[in-house]
Design a protein around this ligand. Sequence first.
Ligand code: HEM
Length: 511
Amino acid sequence: MNTTLTLIVYTSILCLFLYSFLRRRRSVRLPPGPRPWPIVGNLLQLGPKPHQSMAALARVYGPLMHLKMGFVNVVVAASAGVAEQFLKVHDANFSNRPPNAGAEYVAYNYQDMVFAPYGPRWRLLRKICAVHVFSAKALDDFRHVRQEEVGILTRALASAGQTPARLGQMLNVCATNAIARVMLGRRVVGHRHGGGDEKAEEFKAMVVELMVLGGVFNIGDFIPPLQGFDLQGVIAKLKKLHKRFDAFLSGILEEHKINGSQGSNGYQDLLSMLISLNDDSDGAGGKLTDTEIKALLLNLFAAGTDTTSSTVEWAIAELIRHPDILAQAQQELDSVVGRDRHVLESDLPQLHFLQAVVKENFRLHPSTPLSLPRMADESCEINGYFIPKGSTLLVNVWAIARDPDLWSNPLEFQPARFLPGGERPVVDVKGNDFELIPFGAGRRVCAGMSLGIRMVQLLIATLIHAFDFDLADGQLAETLSMEEAYGLTLQRAEPLMVHPKPRLAPHVYQT
Ligand code: HEM
């Protein structure tokens, strides 16, 4: 009897032990993912368009996937539900960005806002921008600036004549000057027929290079012992690029200190305000160093120009490919705005179909397809999987917005899905609806979202209201390439070349 009892007790203890061991093992399971190679892990599986390769891998391994990139654990969110877990439920734990060579060598060693550690300095930078650049009041104060710059763009397009216009380049000049006038009180680049001036071309090239280099999975970021070897030459390029940006930004800063704001209309530009904060001898906690000021300007120029211009370039390409949708949008514009003046920002709330077009374009062409990476401050458990401390989080916003479980005909350009009676009539793009998060979500959601949305809406509305577009070089709408070139921002592989044909009263293009 005694022996039987002892056996039962020991067996029970063993079962309990085994049960708790198995439970623990189950809860420390990493998310599924492809088997990593020694040392490099899955780095070589990413290919030239990592957002697409990761979307394909997610179809095999599921919407929460683990990749080993060198020594770094990377988790990829590829469904709205998983993205919500990371960016809403566990957002506090994922509010930092992982270390990377771009932040070190270009963004003044993390002294900017995009890569700043989540903490008091990041909060201060966001607050300064929120109040002085992105608040509803600041946006309204500088509304005239955006409208004037869009007016300059339409005049340049109207006078393009027989020269094909490189639309993305011209949009970039417009977005850059609109931001420059808010930040510096003056324009920084000019238009030339078919594109921008030399300085504009150089500036866009610098921003595009930054985005391309920012999108490269730099081996040294993932295998730190190899950092010094710079196997892909990325660090050398980043250092060179930094020198060019720094010369541009230092020139602007020094000139501003000497000449002050050249802005008009009585509004103080951001840089003057930042310099005055700097001179503030009581140092009331808001003081920024010259380096922090340059890093912030760099962020706003880099994050706010190419994102906006490439988004609008994609939209015009989609509309050229879908003449029926273009006609419907133009009809709405003609009835709300008429043909005797340009679109104003105050018209935008009445342009419901246009807003659906803008959303559909953000869905198919989010300008940062893998958003910006985040990092796990602490280990945590998501959907039953173990996410180790220090893991890099990538949210595949591109794949989520094409998820066939969420969207009908996900690859089709169908703005009506966002209209009353459509499948998603109330979805917005502001980080509340995780099936469509082109600006990210959570604490580190895009700081310039309000400006980005206004600018993209105004530009698309103005362009299709003011012009019909023929494709240059005999290209046909049906065969227009929609190939993507991967970078931190998603460029068109082939720039859109068009002949704009004015459709408003001639006097509109004079003003
Ligand atoms: C089409 C327009 C734009 C898109 C699609 C876009 C998208 C994004 C995305 C996906 C992020 C990462 C968010 C996250 O980690 O969850 C981001 C961050 C950021 N964006 Fe934008 N952006 C746009 C325009 C702008 C503009 C106009 C500005 C400023 C002039 C701007 C400034 C920033 C900054 C400073 C951050 C970093 C925020 C932080 O780390 O706290 N963006 N953006």
